[in-house]
Design a protein around this ligand. Structure first.
Ligand SMILES: [Zn+2]
Length: 92
């Protein structure tokens, strides 16, 4: 997502270095950005219940921090599925 956003925001800078027209760099960046957004919308699901975590993050987080929530979530808000290993079951 970040490379696509950079290409959209700085097409002249990248176009000069890649020897491409700035509109080509901007269009490629937009294409990458949209593809990543679609992948996130359909591919980021809870392995436990299958709820779409991307749509949950966009719809239910406050203050526009959906990306932060999505990157740091370790427990499903719907079913409670977690990626954490309970500390009392760890053998030493
Ligand atoms: Zn779940």
């Amino acid at each position: 997502m970040a490379p696509g956003a950079l290409a959209v925001l700085f097409p002249e800078f990248l176009g000069d270095r890649l020897r491409l027209e700035s509109w080509q760099v901007g269009a490629a960046g937009l294409f990458i950005f949209v593809c990543v957004l679609i992948w996130m919308a359909y591919g980021v699901k809870c392995p436990g219940c299958g709820v779409n975590l991307f749509l949950h993050a966009v719809g239910y987080t406050k203050g526009g921090n959906w990306l932060h929530w999505l990157l740091h979530a370790d427990t499903c808000p719907t079913c409670g599925y977690t990626t954490k290993v309970p500390t009392d079951t760890v053998t030493r």
